[in-house]
Write a new protein. Structure first.
Length: 130
């Protein structure tokens, strides 16, 4: 019924680009915690694309960015590494907030704009590895 076809690294990156475009649209709409969520998803898909490229198989269905960085054995700048660590730590709180009001207070426009810009830089860096 459903064919389990290996997704290409290029397809993973196409989806990462789409997710980052979505993050920008959501940012413009003022939905900042979902902007952060889409940034995470974009970087996750890019890392899965690199995993796919290296191992020639589908990546595991997990959301841990650090796991993929370690498995792929990526060499990243300290700035990008720190960003990925921070984004990784936000995965669960953004998806399943315990306190929505606290997240809304923590992720105002200025903070979220930094997260979004760093996602753009990180995705550009990861694309160079494709």
């Amino acid at each position: 019924m459903f064919e389990n076809k290996l997704k290409s690294p290029e397809e993973w990156f196409k989806q990462a680009d789409y997710d980052l475009e979505t993050a920008e649209a959501i940012f413009k709409a003022g939905k900042y915690i979902y902007t952060v969520f889409m940034c995470h998803l974009s970087i996750e898909k890019a890392l899965k694309g690199l995993y796919n490229k290296k191992f020639k198989k589908d990546p595991p269905k997990i959301h841990n960015l650090n796991y993929f960085c370690e498995k792929i054995n990526l060499t990243l700048s300290e700035e990008i590494r720190n960003y990925i660590d921070k984004l990784n730590s936000l995965c669960v709180p953004i998806r399943y907030p315990d306190e929505l009001e606290k997240l809304l207070k923590d992720y105002k426009r200025d903070v979220t704009e930094i997260v979004l810009n760093q996602a753009k830089e990180t995705l550009a860096c990861l694309k160079q590895m494709l």
